[in-house]
Design a protein around this ligand. Structure first.
Ligand code: UP6
Length: 256
């Protein structure tokens, strides 16, 4: 990338949420997103408080939380404000526009950023753009390449993702991927499948280290779930991933 620092990329950003997120990343010196894959909203709120100082994003799957409600969303928003991070619902919307418009209220409306799998054409992104009346306050991340064993690695699909990002510049903030999808400096690469200790799980997840994810594969933000959530001290684990990922980013800037 010609424009390589987060500061310069924030200046080049089209999407105001990319600017906000990169502002958080540089001021907190954290390009860590914790994936809060826990079993209850009490655990979710506790984890958010514990890791809050160390993250730029908190990622959720609210459809896995039986007790998720507007009140929980509100409490989460206040923790996010207190610790200055954004809320990222990993909705992986994949359906026709009319269906996503219905899913949006429960799974999309409450968060700052959602994920989309853009295989169904533009209807779904149009539905989100219409539902999120003030687009500047909502962001979409396109799932372009997954971390797991056997995942689709298709040049044609990646081109679809790039093209969708171009057609919806005020909505799309970047990609979930394992490699660089776009050269546009204002589009972000978020990469899950990161662990300091494991190489995979029993169900096909594949992990690389934070250094590999950021330094070699081009991640701007790493996404870490169980590496933090299963630790006996989630705050210390998050602090460790934060330090490793941000150092790898600083090294990358020096090298490029
Ligand atoms: N996730 C992946 N890989 C992808 C896309 N998303 O792992 O390609 C999500 C999972 C999970 C988190 O749904 O919430 O990122 C990774 O969790 P883990 O660190 O515990 O494996």
């Amino acid at each position: 990338r010609l424009i390589k620092t987060f500061e310069l990329r924030a200046d080049a950003a089209v999407h105001p949420l990319v600017r906000s997120l990169l502002g958080i990343v540089t001021s907190k010196r954290s390009n860590l997103c914790v994936s809060a894959d826990v079993s209850s909203c009490t655990e979710l709120l506790t984890l958010a408080q514990q890791v809050g100082p160390h993250i730029c994003l908190l990622k959720t799957h609210v459809d896995t939380l039986p007790d998720f409600s507007d009140s929980v969303a509100q409490q989460l928003r206040s923790v996010a404000q207190q610790h200055n991070f954004l809320l990222f619902e990993d909705s992986k919307f994949v359906d026709i526009g009319a269906t996503v418009a219905r899913q949006w209220e429960r799974r999309g409306a409450w968060a700052d950023i959602v994920t989309v799998v853009p295989i169904a054409g533009d209807g779904l992104l149009t539905a989100i753009a219409q539902a999120a009346l003030d687009n500047s306050k909502k962001g979409v991340i396109l799932v372009a390449e997954m971390s797991s064993d056997g995942a689709l690695r298709s040049a044609e699909y990646q081109e679809m993702c790039r093209a969708a990002a171009k057609r919806f510049p005020h909505l799309v903030m970047g990609f979930v991927s394992q490699s660089s999808i776009s050269q546009s400096p204002w589009l972000l690469q978020l990469s899950p499948g990161v662990s300091v200790s494991a190489s995979g799980d029993a169900l096909g997840q594949r992990y690389v280290s934070p250094e590999c994810s950021v330094g070699e594969r081009g991640a701007d933000v790493i996404i870490v779930g169980r590496g933090v959530t299963t630790s006996s001290d989630p705050a210390a684990a998050a602090a460790n991933y934060q330090q490793l990922a941000y150092s790898a980013y600083l090294e990358r800037v020096k090298r490029l």
